[in-house]
Unconditional design. Structure first.
Length: 305
């Protein structure tokens, strides 16, 4: 069986079918056939061919799909995550990729990641901060340790990695930082207090960076996905939230990967991915009080009985 899920969505196809003959292919990678008119796509202004990228969280559902998508778009990727075996297996099937085992919460390992990526790739054009953890349960029964752990992985580590990468990005070609947040980073959700806070923080930092990094010509792009059937829930610190979360009805990791690559190619400032995320955020924008009331009613029903 192919190690890669197949790219199924129309968005994925349109985002990945831009392959030229010089882009190598792995037998496991999805192939979208003929090269379409990438260059003619309105608003697109970044060519990923030959771009040098760091991708964190590469061993996870969204990370694996994004590694494949970046490689298919012609980028060379330094893959980072803690699981050495998974990372090396991924590197062997991802054209042009190198595995750099990294715990992003370690300052030394972050430094080594950037140094090794520069040594292997000869520079840096794209940093995708994708690694993340979740914790599903209410604040009242949570702990300081959980808040700090979630903030460490989802906020402090990506921003400190970006601090190290920035001087290299500033010397890169059409450089950008891509921060993978969540719809919980635009609307705080019950049972996701620490996670929501960490993703809000990441989005807030990204907005501030946009103005600051402009002088280095480094773009800052944010990705705001809704529920994705990625295996994310297998890695949560806490799992005692009560709603019926139907991840299997969410997006595929390929959909998200397609959205990430499309955002990079078109230099989209913020990309909300998933019907349910778009619907919720739009409803909340126009009817914030009603949204809060409906959410609170649902929580009371779940937790009072
Ligand atoms: N799935 C969803 O519904 C959803 C929705 C919105 C946003 N997101 C966001 O999308 C991103 C990817 O999530 P996913 O769904 O693909 O989840 P996942 O399958 O659990 O992947 C998480 C990735 O993060 C890595 N990671 C965790 N802690 C790390 C650390 N200390 N150092 C280095 N790497 C670390 C894991 O690798 P190792 O364990 O090998 O280190 C893994 O590669 C996350 O930022 C998540 O918040 C997910």
């Amino acid at each position: 069986m192919s190690p890669w899920p197949q790219f199924s969505s129309v968005a994925a196809r349109s985002a990945y079918s831009g392959q030229s003959s010089e882009i190598p292919h792995s037998p496991g990678l999805a192939n979208f056939g003929e090269r379409p008119a990438w260059d003619k796509l309105i608003g697109m202004n970044r060519d990923l061919r030959g771009k040098r990228a760091i991708l964190t969280g590469a061993t996870g559902g969204i990370g694996r799909a994004t590694a494949a998508a970046l490689a298919q778009a012609g980028a060379r990727v330094a893959l980072a995550a803690r699981n050495v075996e998974k990372l090396q297996a991924l590197a062997t099937i991802t054209p042009g990729a190198v595995a750099i085992p990294t715990d992003i919460t370690s300052a030394d390992e972050r430094r080594r990641l950037v140094e090794n990526a520069i040594a292997e790739l000869g520079g840096l054009d794209i940093l995708v901060n994708n690694a993340g953890i979740g914790s599903w349960g209410h604040f009242a029964s949570s702990s300081e340790e959980i808040v700090r752990q979630v903030m460490e992985v989802n906020f402090f580590s990506p921003i400190e990695l970006t601090r190290l990468a920035l001087p290299h990005l500033a010397n890169g070609v059409e450089p950008c930082v891509v921060n993978v947040a969540s719809m919980c980073g635009r609307k705080g959700m019950p049972a996701w207090p620490e996670y929501s806070a960490s993703k809000f923080a990441l989005l807030g930092m990204s907005e501030a960076w946009r103005g600051e990094f402009a002088r280095f010509d480094v773009d800052v792009l944010t990705i705001v996905p809704g529920m994705t059937d990625s295996g994310f829930r297998d890695n949560w610190i806490r799992t005692d939230g009560k709603a019926d979360l139907q991840f299997e009805k969410g997006m595929t990791p390929m959909d998200v990967a397609a959205g990430i690559v499309e955002a990079i190619a078109r230099n989209r400032t913020e990309t909300v991915l998933g019907k349910e995320a778009r619907r919720l955020l739009r409803f909340n924008k126009f009817f914030p009080r009603l949204t809060n009331r409906l959410i609170a009613r649902k929580v009371k029903r779940l937790y009072v009985e």
